[in-house]
Design a protein around this ligand. Sequence first.
Ligand SMILES: [Zn+2]
Length: 341
Amino acid sequence: MALSKMNRIISGGLWFVSRARSAPKGYAILLYHRLHEKDPCPSGLSVSAGEFERQMELAARLGRVVPLSDMVSMVRGRRSPDRLYIAVTFDDGYEDVLSLGLPLFRRLSVPVTFFISTAFIDDCSRVPWWDELHGIAATGRALGLDGIEYGPSREERKEFICRASLKLKYSGVDPRVVMAGLRPAGYKRPESNGFADWEGLRKAARSGYVEMGGHTVTHPALSISGLSEISEGKRRLEDELGVKVRFFSYPFGEKRDISQEAVIAARKAGFLAAVTSQSGFNRAGDDLMRLRRIKFSGERRADFETNLRTGDIKRGISRAYSFLSGLGGAGRFDVSRADGA
Ligand SMILES: [Zn+2]
């Protein structure tokens, strides 16, 4: 084995072990979407309310949970973190976050920021494509996309969802038109999108635990279209909720979804800071318009703790993988998803 490879393996292993064992320091913004009681939602974007509660208890043991606005002030003030600071965010505006989350936020004294896409609040029959896509895939009927037919096997369903998501996000065609071409004959569309209503959001805004943030109107990939929705969504939220909307979340939020024009438009719309879905801790002095977050769904508390200790599961996994592969481990880690919201 080459010496440089050996060095890389040893340093990767030592880095991961030391980060996983020492008291973490940094600015961590957690990204959630939905909560469920018993059954996870088909899109895989939910975490159970019980698991969320346990994660918040663990977060309070590992660091200090603060409002996003406090964290933004600390990052802007170039204050090097003396410990782990954690801010909690929920994207999109689903109702389950109000009904299951609000009592928990109050009981655990957890301040949260909601990022709302307003079109789904204005029209409860408008179902986001990522939810409908999973609904269609669950039907078991043959599905077609661009001349290719996909059968009912798990692998084919996964492939269909991945390919359809890319088309829905990046083709530039209105997702409602794309979806119309994907629904199999006889598929019954859901009547409600499961989003909150304005009254529910007003109640949340008054609870003292929730700050409202912008997430556009229809949730487009801003590198492709919809720049005017950044300010439109902000205006709509402020009109309906009577609060100042200071923070923004880029829809989908990965690097390829955020153009320089989108960053400029968010700043111009008057947002003080904006969050992405790119993984990792934030550091003092980081760009406030491209803050990183750590994404959670499912029930993997060990991952939750590892992420909070290491700040970046992708980097942590690749370093751990580099370490393990040097010991004879095999396999490939693929932690990317095409259909996240
Ligand atoms: Zn979203």
